[in-house]
Design a protein around this ligand. Structure first.
Ligand SMILES: [Zn+2]
Length: 274
């Protein structure tokens, strides 16, 4: 399988996803041998089919937190993955709010849905989780779902970071370093603030994190109105980092942005023969 990162949706608030202006089906990360689905929100099942992703092939489903645009179609994805529970396989890595419930004390994950996978892992910030040849680290966030986590996914071919929903905080930026590709949930344009990152916050993060490529996604309605394409160009100009504004269906070839990783691997290889 040729590695790729596929965006099944780019909507970050219900006024967009509820009217299908943008959907929020999540992000699919494919390596040579594994397939991960991050945040299966509104549209996850139909958009996976539309963009040629076979949900039965999922190695793991990663859910950063329990908000609608991140988790509403977790049930549909787990049923499709396991053929309605008849063929359980794979791993669910999810926030405490998904597995155990949080504010209302009611777990979002039913016993039936738990039985659709081989293993359920609660992702707490700082946890390292190994799945086949991939290492996933759960990253801290500052969000209204206090158990929300981001993810750093290190594969043999590339490293991708995902902020999930979070406010900007200086202490979080260190966790976004050393990623080839960094995906940032950018709810607000420049000059706007709210419960999430703005374009100005993204500039501050990128100046320190310095990924080879940044992808902004999960847009709120004000960001949508401001035009993410324009915002991405402005972020690129101010940060000096290459930035793409995701669209529903965007496909990124992560290996082409992993030049440094390849160089490191090559020099290690060279050293061992000198
Ligand atoms: Zn959220």
């Amino acid at each position: 399988m040729r590695p790729r990162i596929l965006f099944l949706g780019t909507g970050g608030d219900i006024s967009l996803t509820g009217r299908d202006v943008r959907c929020s089906g999540g992000i699919v990360v494919q390596t040579q041998s594994c397939q991960f689905h991050i945040d299966p929100g509104i549209g996850a099942v139909v958009k996976a089919a539309a963009f040629g992703v076979d949900l039965r092939e999922h190695t793991a489903v990663l859910v950063s937190h329990a908000h609608t645009n991140h988790a509403s179609e977790l049930g549909g994805v787990l049923c499709a993955l396991s053929h309605n529970g008849l063929d359980p396989h794979g791993v669910l890595v999810a926030s405490r709010s998904i597995v155990q419930g949080l504010h209302d004390g009611i777990p979002r994950l039913t016993p039936f849905l738990s039985s659709c996978v081989e293993k359920v892992i609660v992702a707490e910030a700082g946890n390292k989780i190994g799945i086949e040849d991939v290492e996933i680290v759960a990253l801290p966030t500052k969000h209204s779902d206090s158990s929300a986590v981001g993810f750093r996914i290190a594969t043999p071919e590339f490293v991708v970071g995902y902020t999930s929903d979070t406010l900007f905080d200086k202490s979080l930026v260190q966790f976004y370093k050393n990623c080839n590709i960094l995906i940032l949930n950018t709810l607000f344009p420049f000059e706007q603030n709210g419960e999430g990152l703005s374009s100005a916050d993204v500039v501050k993060i990128l100046k320190v994190a310095q990924p080879n490529l940044a992808v902004i996604t999960h847009f709120g309605s004000k960001m949508h109105a401001a035009n993410p394409l324009y915002e991405s160009r402005e972020i690129q100009k101010r940060s000096g980092v290459q930035v793409i504004a995701a669209q529903d269906g965007l496909c990124v070839d992560p290996v082409s942005y992993a030049a440094e990783l390849r160089q490191t691997t090559l020099s290690m290889f060279k050293e061992s023969f000198e």
